[in-house]
Design a protein around this ligand. Structure first.
Ligand SMILES: [Ca+2]
Ligand SMILES: [Ca+2]
Ligand SMILES: [Ca+2]
Length: 550
């Protein structure tokens, strides 16, 4: 069995182009996936932040619930609105995934992209599963909510999805990027459109106006073309392509108004390698930052770039109109995982950029960082802070003696500048704080050694403010996190544990999995897509001196 992340990435690619040489090369893997998915579908400038922060925090669990049916589920993003309602998105492979009455155009009864709204107490307000056809792996990677309560989702949709009248890309000839805006009660689409020439909008964020920024995919093998006027003022008007790995690929950024019109788009990519799978963030200046994998040796770097030596990943910031590159830098990671994740960029209120990734020991740590020594095993989390002009301000490892190999998967920054990451770990000594909800790995040394991880670092990455495992005796991944305005933490992910720690749960029992959830990848890799249930947890801050529940 190939690795979960590798399998998923390969499968993502397979779903784009059915007839390429890549398809031939990887047909065996694809067939295995299709069988699996079918089974699932069928039933199964500041240097420091304002405010006090260098004090360890304590949080207690407000609620924790499973969310899943008898097939495979995966939670990939979450956000919270001003009222404390929680929105999650991902994939649901169960016909019996918990649903509320009503049918949305494009709703799939068997499985597809999942979006759900939970009350502040964790009760299901509504849920929808959308996809253009059965077994075709429609997928939602991102969810945001605007000031009017409308819910923006982004991801991938197969051909034939009922886009809305006036959509700027009404049709697609292959599984393609997708962005849609749902009415607050999820009774219909305000607008819904395909986006890009590649297979997904892999990350999406929103600015203070409610305008939307998405990662744009370019793949040379696609038959889709995009209007030149989108790129009229672009930093890079045409894709460079290059490379021979899964199609000559570039990434880009597209800015879409809250009303669903393209404002601008730009490509970014080197000339001699594939550049793809990226995360996106935007700050108060409405300048998008993109962080992704690259195989190119000639990605643009700017004067303050801390690393101009080509490596595995690159981060860059565009001007608010997409016409200029404010900074561009390689990250200095020479080896390590070739597959970056989504939601691995956040921008604080002072315009500093934070990125996180899986890394080997080549991560560029800085003096005074929380963890300057590699924790062990094949990889740790790496967390890095860059100035508004791309200078390296701080960088730290965050990991223990095992694998932090399939995480982290989300980074978030609160108004005070505190930095939260969510991921998974098989370590028995992952750094945790006093008052952690769960101080020990629940499956250490066993067949299913992964637990979810949620950690909060100070803005200068010098202090671990809160860190906890969360998991049971199966495998877990924390794949999403966000802050509430009141210091509340929201974390979600996927689990195969029957004893996942629940509290005041909407769904207190494991919904099931299509089979291999009971033996996830022989214990070699953590739980990933295609098995397990989603989980959602809320942690509220405990005031200093107050008794803790754990
Ligand atoms: Ca490690
Ligand atoms: Ca576990
Ligand atoms: Ca399930």
């Amino acid at each position: 069995m190939i690795g979960v992340e590798e399998e998923r990435t390969v499968t993502d690619e397979m779903c784009r182009f059915g007839l390429t040489k890549m398809a031939t090369r990887l047909a065996t893997m694809c067939a295995a996936f299709v069988a699996l998915w079918g089974a699932a579908s069928q039933g199964a400038a500041g240097q420091s932040a304002p405010g006090p922060q260098a004090t360890a925090r304590s949080h207690e669990l407000a609620f924790s619930t499973y969310l899943g049916g008898s097939g495979g589920e995966l939670l990939r993003d979450m956000t919270v609105d001003a009222q404390g309602n929680i929105y999650v998105a991902g994939i649901a492979g169960s016909a019996d995934f918990p649903r509320t009455p009503g049918v949305l155009p494009g709703e799939s009864k068997v499985g597809g992209g999942m979006v759900a709204k939970l009350s502040p107490a964790g009760r299901l307000i509504w849920s929808r599963v959308v996809g253009s056809a059965a077994r075709e792996s429609s997928y939602l990677y991102s969810v945001k909510v605007d000031g009017a309560g409308c819910v923006l989702v982004a991801g991938r949709m197969g051909p034939g999805f009922p886009t809305t009248p006036g959509a700027f890309q009404p049709t697609a000839s292959h599984p393609c990027g997708f962005v849609g805006k749902l009415k607050p009660d999820a009774s219909g689409w305000v607008w819904a459109t395909y986006v890009g020439t590649g297979y997904a909008v892999r990350d999406m964020t929103m600015d203070d106006k409610g305008d939307v920024y998405g990662v744009l995919d370019y793949f040379a093998e696609s038959r889709e073309t995009l209007p030149a006027e989108w790129f009229a003022n672009a930093y890079q008007k045409t894709p460079h392509g290059g490379g021979d790995h899964f199609g000559k690929s570039d990434v880009g950024v597209i800015k879409i108004s809250n009303e669903g019109k393209v404002i601008w788009a730009t490509w970014i990519g080197g000339s001699n390698g594939n550049d793809w799978v990226a995360s996106l963030g935007v700050g108060a200046d409405r300048c998008p930052v993109i962080f992704g994998n690259t195989f190119s040796k000639d990605m643009p770097t700017t004067p303050e770039a801390f690393c101009k030596t080509p490596g595995k990943s690159w981060v860059g910031k565009f001007s608010a109109d997409g016409s200029k590159l404010i900074f561009g830098t390689y990250t200095g990671v020479a080896t390590g995982t070739p597959f970056a994740r989504t939601h691995n960029v956040a921008v604080d209120s002072r315009g500093n950029t934070f990125i996180t990734a899986c890394t080997d020991r080549t991560w560029a740590v800085t003096a005074g960082a929380f963890q300057t020594k590699f924790g062990g095993g094949p990889e740790d989390f790496g967390v890095m802070k860059l100035s508004p002009t791309g200078a390296l301000l701080a960088a730290t490892f965050l990991g223990g003696n095992g694998h932090e190999i399939n995480g982290p998967d989300q980074i978030a920054v609160d108004a005070q500048g505190n930095v939260m990451v969510a991921g998974s770990s098989s370590s028995t000594d992952f750094p945790v704080t006093a008052g952690a909800f769960q101080a020990r790995n629940a499956g250490a040394g066993g067949k299913y050694p992964y637990d979810g991880i949620v950690s909060i670092l100070s803005n200068d990455l010098s202090t671990l403010l809160y860190s906890s495992y969360i998991g049971g005796n199966g495998d877990e991944m924390a794949r999403a996190c966000c802050f509430g305005a009141d210091g509340t933490l929201y974390v979600g992910g996927v689990t195969t544990s029957r004893d996942f720690p629940t509290k005041d749960a909407y769904q207190g029992a494991y919904g099931g999995d299509p089979g291999f959830g009971s033996a996830p990848n022989g214990g070699k890799f953590p739980v990933g897509w295609g098995n397990g249930d989603c989980w959602v947890a809320k942690f509220t801050p405990v005031r200093a001196g107050a008794p803790t529940a754990h």
